[in-house]
Design a protein around this ligand. Sequence first.
Ligand SMILES: Nc1ncnc2c1ncn2[C@@H]1O[C@H](COP(=O)(O)OP(=O)(O)O)[C@@H](O)[C@H]1O
Ligand SMILES: C[C@@](O)(CCOP(=O)(O)O)CC(=O)O
Ligand SMILES: [Mg+2]
Length: 415
Amino acid sequence: MMELGLLVSAPGKVILHGEHAVVHGKAALAVALGLRTFLRLRPGDGERLRVHLPGVSVRREWGLAELSALRGRVTADFDESKSPSVEQLDVLKEFAGIAADASAPDSLAVLAFLYMCLAISAKYGDVPSVDITVWSELPTGAGLGSSAAYAVCLAAALLYACRAISCPLKDGEATARWTEDEMTLINSWAFQGERVIHGNPSGVDNAVGTWGGALRYQSGKITSLKRVPTLRILLTNTKVPRSTKVLVAGVKEKILKFPSIMNPVLDSIDAISQECQSVLEAMPTNPSPEYYPVLEELFDINQHHLNVIGVGHPSLDRLCRVTASHGLHSKLTGAGGGGCGITLLPPGQCSLLTLHKAVRVHSPPGCLIPVPQLTRWLLLPSSWQMPPRWPWKQPSETCVPVDLNAGRPTSGPPG
Ligand SMILES: Nc1ncnc2c1ncn2[C@@H]1O[C@H](COP(=O)(O)OP(=O)(O)O)[C@@H](O)[C@H]1O
Ligand SMILES: C[C@@](O)(CCOP(=O)(O)O)CC(=O)O
Ligand SMILES: [Mg+2]
């Protein structure tokens, strides 16, 4: 049995430029968000592994012997450098009672959990009896990297439970971070989780979830941005559901169908990311309005490109139109097809309240809803931390750790 519980958390992200193009080897610029996913690991009992995922209405449990037998049935080697195979995932789906073509959030969450649990235990030793609860401040499937934050938390907790990574907390310390090597291992396993959920992820989301901050990502290379000014960015959730997996596959199909038309678009998105990076690094920490026109134009051009590669949506067009009528510039963020859009807010140009009213008034019910809980400022930078070891014998209410990045107490898991 494990002696120690654990609470880990990982942030969501906003992609400023480079979504989709990054899947095809181009650069992306992304920043961690002050909204997080949390995972609580507690020692379990009765030789069972229990998982509670309230965000996707999942409560499942399996016997450890059952999982060990399942691992034996999945013949191919598990390794963090290899993609999960169709055969492996088929066996896991059959075991979990998930339909072969299922793409519902709960199915993908359970599949990613099972794959990561079995693969990590095959490599590092059995996962002991534990209870795992994951909850999130991030909307699911809205372009803010909830899948990656989930996978990062799972990777960290499962690697810790198998003793593949240490418990870095020293007595008396409230929070700690793992070593660079341990974080690299967490990131590589989180990428496997993303592969189960997304099919063909670039790795940018799990990189931000693991390392936090503002970074440039290209073909697995992570570069921390040298200087990032404080940008005010409005996040609007269109609440139009979509699946990253489906959108990424759609873009691939378009590139295969029209390579000579689509590849130049991807090259242009790449150039936008380069240009944006240069502008950001040349801007002062608190930029005045005259620094914004180039950033705004880059938003507009990229939004057009994203429409061309087929990941736009009428709700996002509407967001762009409404904000444009206030002199503001927006683009989708993440996989698109609905989900969230971002709007640059130059200092002192438009009050947030006016904007809330504008977006709400112009949107049909249930479509563009920038309700206050979903409308947040980006906190730049927001690096990932491991909050305290969970003193599992005490009632959880008395030992809720503080998320230092966001500067406010974290909530406990719902329900
Ligand atoms: N808190 C969570 N608990 C369990 N699964 C989650 C959670 N957050 C995200 N997921 C998984 O990630 C999927 C959403 O991933 P995706 O389509 O990439 O959207 P995004 O990453 O933009 O939120 C969900 O369908 C679900 O399987
Ligand atoms: C579209 C993409 O560039 C980002 C997807 O982000 P999200 O899952 O929509 O948060 C895919 C990827 O980089 O793996
Ligand atoms: Mg995702």
